[in-house]
Design a protein around this ligand. Structure first.
Ligand code: ZN
Ligand code: ZN
Length: 686
């Protein structure tokens, strides 16, 4: 038989099989008429569409789930809702006003469980459940999670129905139960600590691909870092929620406190990860790690300031992991930033006053405690106290450092280890490239939707030659957007690396920098007269400075930048007195930057001015006024004033790479430190 004849015979066999299937459906079924679901289940060739027939509204990623009121007997169905949204609002620790008369609801989970756990069994009917090792394979630890888990002890549960129960809206009576390590409402027969409101709850999650990557890799012609890309029409990720990070507000107190709750399914006696299945169309890029690391190395070697800023990002990220999650050494999530600010302050002191090379990174834990003591004097409002930090005997930051000298020293030592800095840089770069891929693909399509993001967080542990980053449509089953990007990649010779590099170019950071430089060019404050009297001249001056700050004019809107600089100047030039003060400080900013070898923050400027000898009595008077107010009142006036004159976006901000917390794997606190716009732009435009 010829090839053509074989094709024809094959097609006929297929058609016969399909007709046979449909006929047997019509004959066997009790209702012998043909509906769409019937065809799909009996036709061996037809593929079930992911979007349920009967509605034209596409489902959000993760699909929908039935919600029932557990207080009624029989249970009353309240709604069908998106599963991810339900889990993000009603897993233990979540209380939301919703159905009925905008009533207050919580998931119907129970407190009869292990310490620090909630029994989520009563809250759900399951569509399926399976051992975590079925998903992750025979691993010894769960690499994805901030908390330790024994993979053998965990089952993954996918909800079919969610049960909620109504709370007393007018008096919910939130409490913490210390002996159970959970939050509760009402008046349980146990010792409780009253809370002044519901907790702020963030859910911890990760995503893992179900199955393998199957898309065919298409090589990139001008292969650099991005060696290939691929597309998959039908891909599934399992999003696992494994814990609730709660911020509690104890009653009759101004203190806040963070706690973590995990989940168990007591009927199975298993630790529970609650999962949603995200089915979509996936666009993947493979990054060549060898090329990436060699470019990273030369970027870090030629950019000592970028490297030093990166060391502080590593420090912050490690503080989250080690001090917050592992050691539980910080009382709450808001304690991370002040600790970092103190360490930056010590770095300023160490580099500029003590003239050490490595700054804070070369200090021992006890030396750090001594330095903090020095910077938080009892009697005066100088040094760090200018920024509203408490004196040492009541300082939480001092207590943390004083009680954990070992971990503090270790974290600092890690930041001076070249290999660890390099590894962190690589992780930050791959993560940044993932965010950049999303915004770049979005710009390309002008679709205005936010892609779902995924990257292989464990690429270093697995030792792969490539690191994968991916985006997929936020609609269950896909919406064709990722596919269109893929088709454009195939059809056009797009410069992907330049496209990704452009996403790291931050408008607000560039404008901040230009505004500081513009002011610094006239340290005597004479810019004020131009600003007041000659608008055209001012715009021309601003434009010149902006141009000098921009390496790729196509990546920016120049008009926006100039407008932004003008706006900044307007805020700073309210009066001649302020204009003189800010122009002078802008000039000092450049000196501080040179001295510390990294991007100056508010704390650096404050410590610098604190020891600065002002020669102009008027500028000194303005400084003294702000500094004195900082001590007298419960606000840090100086800190706020100096905040107007620093570059706000050091690593990432919503104007460049930062995205919604629900989209970013590191959204719970670490997103900024684990992104790096400058690293991205430098490496991808090499
Ligand atoms: Zn930014
Ligand atoms: Zn992210």
């Amino acid at each position: 038989m010829t090839d053509k004849g074989a094709d024809e015979a094959g097609r006929r066999t297929e058609q016969l099989a399909r007709l046979q299937g449909i006929r047997s459906y019509v004959e066997d079924d009790d209702y012998n008429y043909l509906d769409l679901t019937g065809i799909y289940s009996s036709d061996p060739v037809a593929k079930t569409p992911f979007i349920v027939a009967g509605t034209f509204i596409p489902e959000e990623i993760g699909g929908t789930v039935g919600v029932v009121n557990a207080d009624e007997d029989p249970e009353e169905t309240l709604a069908r809702e998106n599963l991810n949204q339900m889990l993000n609002n009603f897993l233990p620790g979540g209380y939301k006003q919703r159905w009925g008369n905008f009533d207050l609801w919580r998931g119907n989970w129970n407190h009869e469980s292990a310490m620090g756990h909630a029994d989520i069994g009563p809250m759900f009917d399951w569509a399926e459940s399976y051992p975590l090792t079925d998903l992750l394979g025979d691993v010894s630890e769960v690499e994805y999670t901030e908390l330790p888990f024994e993979p053998e002890d965990v089952r993954v549960y996918v909800p079919l129905t969610i049960r909620v129960t109504e709370e007393n809206k007018s008096d919910p009576n939130y409490v913490w139960i210390p002996e159970k390590g959970i939050v509760w409402t009402g008046d349980p027969p146990m010792t409780t600590e009253p809370l002044s409101s519901d907790p702020t709850t963030n859910y911890l999650w990760f995503k893992h691909i179900a199955g393998e990557f199957e898309g065919e890799r298409e090589p990139v012609d001008s292969a650099g870092i991005i060696s290939s890309y691929s597309f998959e029409d039908d891909c599934e990720f399992v999003r696992c929620y494994y814990g609730s990070l709660l911020t509690l507000y104890p009653a009759d107190s101004t203190e806040t406190r963070s706690e973590i709750m995990r989940y168990r399914c007591e009927s199975d006696e298993k630790t529970a990860f609650v999962a949603s299945n995200e089915q979509s169309q996936l666009l993947t890029f493979e990054l060549d790690r060898q090329d990436l690391r060699s470019r990273l190395q030369s970027t870090l070697d030629s950019n000592p300031r970028l490297r030093r800023d990166l060391q502080f990002a590593l420090l912050e990220s490690n503080i989250w992991q080690r001090l917050f999650f592992d050691e539980r050494a910080l009382n709450h999530v808001y304690a991370v930033r002040p600790l970092v600010e103190h360490l930056l302050g010590i770095d300023y002191q160490s580099r500029v006053v003590d003239e050490t090379e490595l700054g804070v990174f070369e200090l021992s834990g006890t030396k750090v405690a001594d330095e903090v003591k020095r910077l938080l004097p009892d009697e005066s409002d100088r040094h760090l106290r200018l920024l509203g930090h408490e004196r040492r005997d009541v300082s939480d930051v001092f207590t943390t450092i004083d009680e954990h000298p070992g971990p503090i020293a270790e974290l600092l030592a890690r930041c001076r280890n070249d290999n660890l800095v390099m590894d962190f840089a690589e992780r930050a770069l791959v993560h940044s490239a993932e965010h950049a891929l999303s915004t770049w693909a979005n710009n390309l399509m002008g679709s205005g939707t936010s892609f779902e993001l995924w990257y292989d967080v464990n690429f270093q542990e697995t030792g792969d030659d490539t690191a994968r980053i991916a985006v997929y449509d936020p609609i269950q089953g896909g919406a064709g957007i990722a596919k269109e990007v893929y088709q454009q990649l195939q059809a056009n010779d797009l410069d992907i690396e330049r496209g990704l590099a452009a996403q790291g170019r931050c408008h607000s950071a560039t404008a901040d920098r230009a505004a500081i430089e513009l002011l610094a060019n006239y340290p005597d404050g004479s810019l004020y007269d131009v600003y007041r009297n000659d608008h055209d001249e001012f715009v021309e001056m601003a434009t010149d400075v902006v141009k000098s700050k921009v390496d790729d004019p196509d990546a920016y809107s120049m008009d926006d930048l100039v407008a932004h600089v003008e706006q900044r100047t307007r805020n700073l030039f309210e009066t001649r007195e302020l204009a003189t003060f800010y122009s002078y400080v802008a000039d000092e900013y450049t000196r501080v930057e040179t001295a510390i070898g990294r991007t100056p923050r508010v704390v650096d400027l404050a410590l610098h001015l604190n020891r600065h000898v002002f020669t102009d009595p008027e500028i000194k008077a303005t400084y003294d006024r702000f500094a004195d107010d900082s001590g007298r009142r419960d606000i840090a006036e100086l800190g706020e004033r100096l905040g107007e004159l620093v570059v706000q976006c050091v690593t990432a901000c919503p104007d460049c790479l930062k995205t919604e917390t629900g989209l970013c794997l590191h959204g719970t606190g670490q997103q900024e430190s684990r992104l790096n716009r400058r690293l991205l732009s430098e490496v991808f435009s090499q």
